[in-house]
Design a protein around this ligand. Structure first.
Ligand code: ZN
Length: 173
């Protein structure tokens, strides 16, 4: 993108003389709307087991190790939701964060908190209970809810933290 400004020239009659007017359009960058990102963090506890039913017990142990434990294991998950949009001229908000928190709680947290992800969660039925699969399912639920609530804001990113060392991000791509 060039920074060159294109201007037009007009000759305007004034008191029997012609004057030259230069009309400068706005710089292209000025036409871009401001994009602001707002972030809400929620928390849940859940149990799961990494296990591929198509594999033998030995193969599952080999690939997933402790995560394939027959009697499950649990995590304290953090779900960080980023919504992007233009601040509303009346409120200054991209998306009311209290509303966003309520939406995440109703649509996600209430369905997974203190649950077994393999057994208790309908949208995980028949799926591998990895963080990658989980975060994609969260996106499918949350993205349309956010656009239904706001004409200008959209879901930008989900960040699911499983442990201090391990987390996944998803941008809906
Ligand atoms: Zn785990």
């Amino acid at each position: 993108m060039t920074n060159l400004r294109i201007f037009s020239i007009a000759f305007v009659p004034l008191l029997n003389n012609w004057i030259v007017c230069y009309c400068f359009p706005r710089h292209p960058s000025q036409k871009l709307k401001t994009m602001v990102y707002v972030i809400r963090k929620e928390h849940f506890n859940a149990a799961h087991r990494l296990f591929n039913p198509a594999w033998s017990e030995e193969k599952n142990q080999e690939v997933f190790g402790l995560c394939a434990n027959n009697n499950w294991h649990g995590h304290n998950f953090e779900l960080i939701v980023t919504v992007k949009g233009n601040p509303d001229p009346d409120t200054g908000f991209v998306f009311d964060l209290k509303t966003l928190g309520d939406l995440i709680k109703k649509e996600i947290i209430d369905k997974v908190d203190h649950k077994n992800l393999n057994l208790d969660v309908d949208f995980m039925e028949g799926k591998l209970a990895s963080c990658e699969i989980l975060i994609m399912e969260f996106w499918k639920i949350l993205a349309p809810q956010i656009t239904a609530y706001s004409k200008t804001a959209t879901l930008h990113k989900l960040h699911l933290i499983e442990t201090n060392k391990n987390s996944v991000e998803y941008y809906g791509e």
